[in-house]
Design a protein around this ligand. Structure first.
Ligand code: AVI
Length: 318
């Protein structure tokens, strides 16, 4: 049964998919909860704060690439395309792309209507003549696009290396799904984080100020808030590990002592040192990234990277 939750004076219902993922994830070995559940309101605020951290290089590197390559991207993409952004638009990245390519329309797709309204409203002042058609949908599945953009060729925009939060197999499926949603003649501009020195990668996911730790631990707080959990959050520590064999940063929550707690009326126990795996952030070498795109049905046609080769923006065509 759905239980109403009261938080900040708002009534919210625990998401049945969240409940199912948490209960199944705590019962499996190794324990794992999908990273998409980080992003409640508090988690989204903490993620915004992460993007400003000195250690978290991806956002500022990608933004500088968009600035540096803007003219070339504009020349390669041409004018008159409808830009379809997968995930709600970032106030830093989206305007830069829109300025470079003079699009026919902008279609942000996001599962959260609130984020969509926010990102659309943020663009109105800077782009008063741009037709914006927000679509509330889960872009992991094919998304029917608005009739208003039916005639225009499409440019998919998927920044932030969000693709890295999926396993390579799931990423391939998503790229194929995007190709299906965007249709014939489409292009895709995607941000992909590179494999690099562990000494750079680990601090990006375990910053000195503890913001990423708070982001990770907020998942436990969310479980307590929304699923009547009794998890002793203070008994868990944030861990960020570079898994070289899988070329990914893994985030875990590690029990610091033996703990017992309830979630939605079920009992769980963890030993000191046991972890809950909460996120993978896959990194790709230059060839791997191109192979990934090809496996997803896209042909890479141009690529921009920073001088350290820490992050890549890749343009591909269907
Ligand atoms: C959203 N995503 C691309 C981020 C990343 O870098 O994998 C999420 C994140 N997790 C911890 N810090 C940032």
């Amino acid at each position: 049964m759905l239980k109403p939750e009261v938080e900040d004076g708002e009534v919210s219902l625990a998401d049945p998919e969240f409940r199912a993922d948490v209960l199944a994830g705590l019962a499996t070995r190794p324990r794992a909860i999908p990273a998409r559940w980080f992003y409640d309101r508090r988690g989204s605020e903490l993620f915004e704060a992460i993007t400003d951290l000195p250690e978290y290089y991806p956002t500022r590197t990608e933004v500088s690439l968009l600035d540096m390559a803007g003219e070339q991207i504009g020349a390669a993409v041409g004018t008159g395309r409808a830009v379809i952004e997968f995930g709600s638009g970032s106030s830093m990245k989206t305007p830069r792309l829109l300025r470079s390519i003079a699009p026919a329309a902008y279609v942000p797709i996001d599962i959260s209507g609130e984020f969509l309204r926010h990102s659309a409203a943020a663009l109105v002042d800077d782009f008063p003549d741009l037709a914006i058609h927000p679509v509330e949908a889960n872009f992991m599945r094919p998304v029917p696009l608005p009739d208003a953009v039916a005639g225009a060729p499409k440019l998919g925009f998927f920044p932030g290396s969000t693709v890295g939060n999926l396993t390579p197999l799931a990423a391939t499926d998503l790229l194929r799904t995007m190709r299906e949603s965007l249709g014939e003649g489409a292009m895709l501009l995607i941000g992909i984080d590179r494999i690099k020195d562990e000494a750079v990668l680990v601090p990006a996911y375990d910053d000195a100020a503890g913001v990423t730790a708070a982001f990770n631990l907020n998942l436990l707080e969310r479980i307590n808030r929304e699923l009547a959990g009794t998890i002793p959050v203070e008994a868990f520590a944030h861990r960020a590990i570079w898994n070289d064999a899988a070329a990914r940063i893994e985030m875990h929550l590690e029990a610091q002592r033996d703990v017992a707690f309830g979630v939605d009326g079920r009992d769980f126990a963890m030993r000191a040192g046991e972890t809950i795996h909460t996120e993978n952030s896959h990194k790709y070498g230059p060839r791997d990234a191109r192979v990934l795109l090809r496996a997803g049905g896209w042909t890479p046609i141009a690529e921009w990277t920073d001088p350290d080769d820490w992050f890549a923006l890749i343009l591909a065509e269907a």
